[in-house]
Design a protein around this ligand. Structure first.
Ligand code: 5GP
Ligand code: ZN
Length: 115
Protein backbone atom coordinates (compact mmCIF):
# COMPACT_ATOMS: atom_id res chain seq x y z
CA UNK A 1 0.00 0.00 0.00
CA UNK A 2 1.48 3.36 -1.04
CA UNK A 3 2.03 6.13 1.45
CA UNK A 4 3.59 9.57 0.90
CA UNK A 5 5.65 11.00 3.75
CA UNK A 6 4.69 14.60 3.02
CA UNK A 7 1.05 14.13 1.99
CA UNK A 8 -1.39 15.75 4.44
CA UNK A 9 -4.05 13.06 4.13
CA UNK A 10 -1.47 10.25 4.43
CA UNK A 11 -0.31 11.97 7.61
CA UNK A 12 -3.89 12.01 8.92
CA UNK A 13 -4.28 8.31 8.00
CA UNK A 14 -1.04 7.55 9.88
CA UNK A 15 -2.27 9.53 12.89
CA UNK A 16 0.51 12.12 12.65
CA UNK A 17 -1.90 15.01 12.05
CA UNK A 18 -4.96 15.29 14.26
CA UNK A 19 -8.41 14.98 12.71
CA UNK A 20 -11.89 14.12 13.93
CA UNK A 21 -12.29 10.64 12.48
CA UNK A 22 -15.92 9.62 11.99
CA UNK A 23 -15.43 6.33 10.14
CA UNK A 24 -12.66 3.88 9.37
CA UNK A 25 -12.26 0.42 7.97
CA UNK A 26 -9.39 -1.57 6.46
CA UNK A 27 -9.28 0.60 3.33
CA UNK A 28 -10.97 3.93 4.07
CA UNK A 29 -10.70 6.69 6.67
CA UNK A 30 -13.21 9.57 6.97
CA UNK A 31 -12.80 12.73 9.00
CA UNK A 32 -14.45 16.12 9.45
CA UNK A 33 -13.35 18.77 6.98
CA UNK A 34 -11.38 21.56 8.67
CA UNK A 35 -13.28 24.21 6.66
CA UNK A 36 -16.83 22.84 6.44
CA UNK A 37 -19.02 23.96 3.55
CA UNK A 38 -22.17 22.44 5.05
CA UNK A 39 -23.45 21.56 8.53
CA UNK A 40 -22.03 18.07 8.00
CA UNK A 41 -18.88 17.88 5.85
CA UNK A 42 -16.64 14.83 5.91
CA UNK A 43 -13.92 13.65 3.53
CA UNK A 44 -13.41 9.96 2.73
CA UNK A 45 -9.89 8.95 1.78
CA UNK A 46 -8.29 5.61 0.90
CA UNK A 47 -5.47 4.53 3.19
CA UNK A 48 -3.52 4.03 -0.04
CA UNK A 49 -1.93 7.19 -1.46
CA UNK A 50 -3.56 7.82 -4.85
CA UNK A 51 -3.21 11.48 -5.92
CA UNK A 52 -6.26 12.04 -8.12
CA UNK A 53 -9.14 10.27 -9.83
CA UNK A 54 -6.90 10.17 -12.90
CA UNK A 55 -4.57 7.81 -11.04
CA UNK A 56 -7.15 5.25 -9.92
CA UNK A 57 -6.35 1.78 -11.29
CA UNK A 58 -8.70 -0.25 -9.09
CA UNK A 59 -12.32 0.86 -9.58
CA UNK A 60 -13.22 -0.80 -6.28
CA UNK A 61 -11.31 1.97 -4.52
CA UNK A 62 -13.86 4.55 -5.68
CA UNK A 63 -16.70 2.19 -4.84
CA UNK A 64 -15.36 1.82 -1.31
CA UNK A 65 -15.27 5.60 -0.85
CA UNK A 66 -18.81 5.98 -2.18
CA UNK A 67 -20.36 3.16 -0.18
CA UNK A 68 -18.61 4.30 3.01
CA UNK A 69 -20.03 7.79 2.42
CA UNK A 70 -23.53 6.35 1.91
CA UNK A 71 -23.20 4.33 5.12
CA UNK A 72 -22.15 7.37 7.15
CA UNK A 73 -24.89 9.49 5.55
CA UNK A 74 -27.43 6.88 6.61
CA UNK A 75 -25.93 6.57 10.07
CA UNK A 76 -26.25 10.35 10.52
CA UNK A 77 -29.83 10.35 9.21
CA UNK A 78 -29.21 12.15 5.92
CA UNK A 79 -30.11 9.30 3.55
CA UNK A 80 -33.75 10.26 3.14
CA UNK A 81 -33.24 14.01 2.97
CA UNK A 82 -30.26 13.65 0.72
CA UNK A 83 -26.72 14.86 0.53
CA UNK A 84 -24.01 15.62 -1.98
CA UNK A 85 -20.87 13.62 -2.78
CA UNK A 86 -18.04 15.24 -4.73
CA UNK A 87 -14.59 14.30 -6.00
CA UNK A 88 -12.65 17.36 -7.16
CA UNK A 89 -9.89 16.68 -9.70
CA UNK A 90 -6.93 18.95 -10.48
CA UNK A 91 -7.10 22.71 -11.03
CA UNK A 92 -10.43 23.16 -12.82
CA UNK A 93 -12.07 20.73 -10.40
CA UNK A 94 -10.85 22.74 -7.42
CA UNK A 95 -8.64 20.02 -5.94
CA UNK A 96 -6.26 21.35 -3.29
CA UNK A 97 -5.08 18.17 -1.54
CA UNK A 98 -3.55 15.63 -3.90
CA UNK A 99 -4.65 12.46 -2.15
CA UNK A 100 -7.96 11.41 -3.66
CA UNK A 101 -10.95 12.09 -1.44
CA UNK A 102 -14.70 12.05 -1.70
CA UNK A 103 -16.54 14.88 0.06
CA UNK A 104 -19.81 14.12 1.83
CA UNK A 105 -21.80 17.32 2.36
CA UNK A 106 -25.14 17.27 4.15
CA UNK A 107 -27.51 19.26 6.29
CA UNK A 108 -28.54 21.93 3.80
CA UNK A 109 -29.94 22.19 0.28
CA UNK A 110 -27.33 22.29 -2.49
CA UNK A 111 -27.65 24.07 -5.79
CA UNK A 112 -27.29 22.87 -9.36
CA UNK A 113 -25.33 23.77 -11.40
CA UNK A 114 -22.75 23.74 -8.61
CA UNK A 115 -20.75 26.80 -9.70
P1 5GP B 1 -10.24 19.56 -2.21
O1 5GP B 1 -10.28 21.07 -2.34
O2 5GP B 1 -8.86 19.03 -2.54
O3 5GP B 1 -11.33 18.84 -2.94
O4 5GP B 1 -10.53 19.26 -0.69
C1 5GP B 1 -9.57 19.31 0.31
C2 5GP B 1 -10.31 19.52 1.60
O5 5GP B 1 -9.43 19.26 2.68
C3 5GP B 1 -10.83 20.94 1.78
O6 5GP B 1 -12.24 20.92 1.91
C4 5GP B 1 -10.12 21.43 3.02
O7 5GP B 1 -10.93 22.24 3.85
C5 5GP B 1 -9.73 20.13 3.71
N1 5GP B 1 -8.53 20.24 4.53
C6 5GP B 1 -7.38 20.88 4.20
N2 5GP B 1 -6.49 20.76 5.19
C7 5GP B 1 -7.08 20.01 6.16
C8 5GP B 1 -6.65 19.55 7.46
O8 5GP B 1 -5.53 19.78 7.90
N3 5GP B 1 -7.54 18.82 8.16
C9 5GP B 1 -8.80 18.54 7.71
N4 5GP B 1 -9.60 17.83 8.50
N5 5GP B 1 -9.24 18.95 6.50
C10 5GP B 1 -8.39 19.68 5.74
ZN1 ZN C 1 -1.53 10.69 0.54
Amino acid sequence: MATDEACLFCRIVRGEVAATVVYEDDDVVAFRDIDPQAPYHVVFVPRDHVPTLNDVRDPILVGRLATAAAAVAAREGYDGRGYRTVINTNADGGQTVFHIHLHLLAGRRFHWPPG
